[in-house]
Design a protein around this ligand. Sequence first.
Ligand code: BGC
Length: 557
Amino acid sequence: MRLTQTADLWWKSAVVYCLDIETFFDTNGDGVGDIRGLGQRIDHLAELGVTCLWLMPFYPTPDRDDGYDITDFYGVDPRLGTHGDIVELIRLAADRGMRVIADLVVNHTSDQHPWFQSARSSRESPYRDWYVWRDTPPEDGPEGVVFPDQEDSLWQFDEQAGQYYLHRFYKHQPDLNVANPEVREEISRVMGFWLELGMSGFRVDAVPFLLETAGATDASDLPDPHDYLRDLRAMLARRNGQAVLLGEVNLPYPETQKFFGDEDGDELTMCFDFIGMQQLYLSLARSEPGPLIKALRERPKAAEEGQWGTFIRNHDELTLDKLTDDERQEVFKAFGPEEHMQLYGRGLRRRLPPMFGNDQARLRMVYSLLFSMPGTPVLFYGEEIGMGENLAVEGRNAVRTPMQWTEGFNGGFSVADPADLTVPMVDGEFGPDNVNVAAQRRDPDSLMSWIRLLIQEYRACPELSWGDCTVLEHDAPAVFAHKSDFEGCTVVAVHNFSDQPAEFTLAVAGAGPGLRLIDLLKVGEAEVADDGTTRLELEPYGARWLRLLRPGDRYVI
Ligand code: BGC
């Protein structure tokens, strides 16, 4: 085993956990989670097996887009804590073997940012060209608008500036002009600052929009967007060779692949697999793995030192934008038939457990898939205990409710008046009385214990994170079977997408006597015939991971 390399390229076998400090744990009773609160709860994450925290934006903000509208890229939102608290948190995380990455949201600023305030005040402002202005905006329609329920154009006329400015997202989020070298320099400074404080890299928001150079006035100084990304990565590597860029790129595979850079992978270290995620939901809706298999076959290989980031849910709407209209309707029908469960006509504002009617076997199967499929799994807080959403909360915040630590008052999140919480708790079946960390922590049959086991085995199986994945053929249409090979070692995983039991034969190795298949998620073993096949049975929504032992192999724990 290439231990040096596997440890150096830590992101290839990481367990990333995304959380919003604001809704994680409140220590001072003001209803807002804080950095110290996260510190106090960090052992929950360490016990789970998380190796990297992705902190959603914690910067000063008017909070009109849950912190993605920033007024100071170098600051810390005083409601959450101080720079000192951030440094302590990073140290605490390191002590538990965890790295911390920050959300880097530099496609735009808040319109309250002093740069924009200055820019709009005069054409002579040194910050004028930090944004993208036009006297007459190009014709546009709703197509490129990200939040179609609130915006109908990418351009907004600013009275004070006397010009239109570009905003990919809400109109209170003017786009920065990366065609301006000063802006590029400043973005590097921001990255350098947080790296210096100990961050291990960034989740980069809205990468394709960030790289847009619509602000260039002279086509000759147009930087090639990929050159720019390459520069950012090189700068990162100079400052901290272990730091990563985990990019939000929701594009078809061939286009996303370009963001890894050339074969050396000199741009983004990791890209989220939005396509695989969407095809997984289609597979779940159809109770058969066909679409997922197709996606895995089409998914380009990440660069040698890169990795795909796989996920079941993130903090935004669960986007289904890359499915066809009919496919999207299939998923809506299965998992979010009512209009108020859907968002922007393209996604769902639900978490998985309510979509599944809290079917625990089905949930466990999906998380077993997440940790056994090729890619680095990224969890969204609360997934480990099966939290639900609060549909009474507007928009994407339905899935950004406070973490549920205990039963009872505010789920142990805060002692504040419930009216003071930034997002109200979930109530009912998925509320804290039924779903919480305290109850699941010591229950060996809980979802949380299952996820802890999956993480433990995923971390112990470099085949899964480093290996070559092959989809295995067999005759049970509802079953997804794959194996991952790495340096002569093999792990086989099988997952049943249907509510019916399944039985099938798999060819797991070439013919030869003495092969064994050892269970990794329970005590057990499957028989392997001398022709290298095994006959397996799965319960409804069953899942099984097995390590192949060849004669003479040392038993692996
Ligand atoms: C984030 C969103 C955010 C948007 C604007 C994204 O793509 O994931 O949560 O609203 O960028 O910053």
